[in-house]
Design a binder for this molecule. Structure first.
Ligand code: M6R
Length: 369
């Protein structure tokens, strides 16, 4: 049942190309335009949306953070991400033009369910991004956009995360398409690139041996930091969460720009730091800014584990290790950059002899508030 793998998590990491591909499948017409009739929401109603709030917990909330950058960039509709349990009890500002998107693999997370029910009571339009057919959150929502990751058994979410990001991209690009004009043209181009992602994940998964080795050497490590910027920031947070959950190691994800506002004080000789580097074509010179961050922490003795696109030579002088990922458009990068971090956490956990699929104190679906 584990398909020849020794853990479900490893199997699920390897199923990610398919999870992304299947989530895209059947959602475009012959002209290559997105069709989301399955939502059964009047297009005009979607055109009127003037604000989006994403509610989710844990890894699903990090998918939401990625979605915020992408959807705002593609549609110029303001998007906010709220942890579901915070949203529910903070007197959220919601109108009938607010779209509340919940993200949940299980569809049974009580915190997320309560947030959705509350949003509906307040008059919002609710869409559930969910991996489990017939589960409670989709039933309690106005519409559902299913992720097609297949059953996820390991407690640590991997393929569902990639499928959630993909579904949110689809939703964002669809909203851009509805806006028309240059929004629609740009969306069309990104969609073409999105279809290339499954092949790129396969290529990436084939080259993970060095990441495994690094993880095995680090079995005694007590703390790991993760830095990222823009869409790389939630990837850094997800890398840290995976390591906490699976290897019980203290780990923190930071926005790279925050370094000088405090966290750089943590850097001491030998401190391992993963840095998720934006592709060189990322707007606003973000690539160069993150490369300077790497330089700064290396100068203070950090051990820099750099995730960078193939061909990005600027990182070379400051990297102790470079983990290469295929290049793609900046907003889509999380579907690639998170993969080595998943493999790293998995391998470190097994190097410590821990139960990868069933980490201590955790349940696959959290059905209490
Ligand atoms: O089923 P859900 O997507 O609603 O679950 C949300 C979180 O509990 C979940 O992502 C959790 O953080 C995972 N264990 C992360 O690996």
């Amino acid at each position: 049942e584990k398909g020849g793998y020794s853990t479900y998590m490893e199997k699920e990491i390897n199923e990610q190309p398919q999870a992304v591909g299947d989530t895209l499948l059947g959602r475009t017409d012959e002209q290559g335009r997105l069709t989301l009739d399955e939502l059964r929401i009047d297009e005009d109603k979607l055109r009127q949306v003037d604000r989006i709030t994403i509610v989710a917990c844990g890894t699903a909330a990090y998918a939401g953070m990625v979605a915020k950058y992408a959807i705002e960039h593609w549609t110029r509709i303001p998007v906010e991400v709220s942890l579901a349990h915070e949203f529910r009890y903070c007197d959220p500002i919601v109108s009938d033009r607010t779209l509340v998107v919940s993200i949940s693999q299980s569809g049974e997370t009580m915190d997320t369910l309560m947030a959705v029910k509350h949003a509906r009571e307040l008059g919002a339009l609710t869409i559930s991004v969910c991996n489990t057919h017939g589960s409670t959150i989709p039933r309690e929502s106005d519409a559902v956009l299913y992720t097609h990751a297949g059953p996820e058994i390991a407690v640590a979410s991997t393929k569902a995360f990639l499928a959630q990001i993909t579904a949110c991209y689809v939703l964002g690009l669809y909203l851009a398409q509805l806006r028309g004009g240059s929004y629609a043209d740009d969306a069309q181009q990104v969609l073409t690139e999105l279809h290339d992602i499954p092949g790129k994940i396969t290529e990436l998964l084939d080259g993970m041996e060095r990441v495994r080795e690094i993880a095995r050497f680090m079995a005694d490590t007590r703390s790991v930091l993760f830095l990222g910027r823009n869409v790389g920031y939630p990837v850094a947070m997800e890398g840290a969460l995976k390591l906490k959950e699976l290897a019980y190691i203290h780990a923190e994800g930071f926005a790279a720009g925050e370094l000088k506002h405090g966290p750089i004080a943590l850097i001491e000789p030998g401190q391992p730091v993963f840095i998720v580097v934006p592709g060189p074509s990322t707007p606003h010179g973000l690539h160069g800014k993150v490369v300077s961050n790497i330089q700064e922490i290396r100068a203070r003795g950090a051990r820099t584990l750099v995730i960078a696109e193939h061909g990005d030579t600027a990182v070379e002088p400051f990297a102790d290790e470079i983990i290469r990922v295929p290049s793609t458009s900046p907003m889509l990068a999380p579907l690639l950059t998170v993969v080595p971090l998943q493999v790293f956490a998995l391998e470190l956990s097994s190097a410590k002899g821990l139960d990868v699929d069933q980490p201590r104190n955790l349940a696959k679906s959290v059905t209490v508030e």
